[in-house]
Design a protein around this ligand. Sequence first.
Ligand code: ADP
Length: 484
Amino acid sequence: MIESPLLDKLTGYIGGRWSDSSEGNTFDVYNPATGEVIAKVPSMSEADVVAAVEAGKSALRLTSPYTLETRRTWLEGIRDALREHKEEVGRILCMEHGKPLKEAQGEVDYAAGFFDYCSKHIQALDAHTLTEKPKDCTWTVHYRPIGVAGLITPWNFPIGMIAKKLSAALAAGCPSVIKPASETPLTMVALFRLMDKYVDMPDGMVNLVMGKASVIGKVLCESPDVPMLSFTGSTEVGRKLVVDTAEQVKKLALELGGNAPFIVFDDADLDSAADNLIANKFRGGGQTCVCANRIFVHEKVADAFGEKLAARVNKMNVGNGLTEDVDLGPLINQAGFDKVKRHLEDALANGASLVAGKEPEDLGDGHLFFPPTVITGVTRDMCCYREETFGPLVPMALFRREEEVIDAGNDTEFGLASYVFTNDAERAQRVAAGLRFGHCGWNTGTGPTPEAPFGGMKASGIGREGGLEGLFEFVEAQAVPRGF
Ligand code: ADP
């Protein structure tokens, strides 16, 4: 069992109090590196979730809103608490997710960055008066908190994803009911422990419920007191939330699946492209929505690029994230492992070949460690091209012409992240404009940051997180014309 000063309470949190399941149910949390159960946490009931929504409602202030200064203090308090406890929060994160300790602690810093950004830009949410006087009135535009927000997060960034949502919700003055993924609830409990101890927020401003997605999702979708849901996860669940909230026309912010193209032209700096691909692809064990999923390499440089990748991949250490010098941890669970294996088997059976890694029959003897693997000769009919693999498999497909690779990149229902490597600036501009993706890295595999808007086109989602666009997600503009 995990021991941590930040986990002395292992319950939900409702209306400013640590709160157990009213029905006494629990679920187990595992360390994917060892298979051990590291904690039991409450699986909360429908009544608990309703209580959390009620608590949120009681913290909402419309007629006498929390001032910008008050909200800034909350954001700064969470930022400082995260930075101060980065090591321990990162250790908890590493143990329930599996990613290397340094990477996990880096994620805590990344999360703190969102609270910092919102605290520094909160002034943008202040009311302003229009310079024009339409209809002889003076118009003031206010940014009102939308109300109690349901925040639903996935397991791949246990602190990063909640930071993106909660920072903007608190900046807007919105109370929230938060549901972490059942694979990684402990990092969220640790965050609540920090907020409870170090940040002076009104009771009910932040509420934590854990347990079955069907139970919690139902209340959040059906309650008229929750006018907005912000969700990060699969497109499949995102679609269900669209349907389940249609009756009430709720506001949705959805960050869904990806199928990122990573395009390497023959004039690119191949070493830099290979380094960027390794950093991008193997972050979180390849289990991120911005991980390159289809690597398009110009045919003239495909062999050279494959060799560079193999040289890098063969040096990577796979193991328990708590061990020093580990580059790649385990996959999150057996289903995740099986999916990557299936993609590898399917590709090899249909004509792709192995550049680095193991044959499928040499994989897996009960553990979740999947070796970094590179294959080439990938085509559009293969599973690894059409679906998001969510694991350390690098599939290379070859191309010849610029228009052909833009079409191939867009040949997916998703539109989240994309990357293009070329030393020709005009080509980079053309390709970025042609790719229907919310994020397009030019000569970099870097992903989202607190300062810039991030989100998907097409089936990758609705709305943005980060940047001023993300800051405005939880407010509703209200125009107040004043006559004389
Ligand atoms: P992943 O494949 O990354 O686990 P999911 O979309 O399955 O993505 O889950 C993301 C988050 O959404 C998790 O917290 C999960 O428990 C939650 N979730 C899954 N189904 C529902 C649902 N029907 N309603 C609300 N939340 C859900």
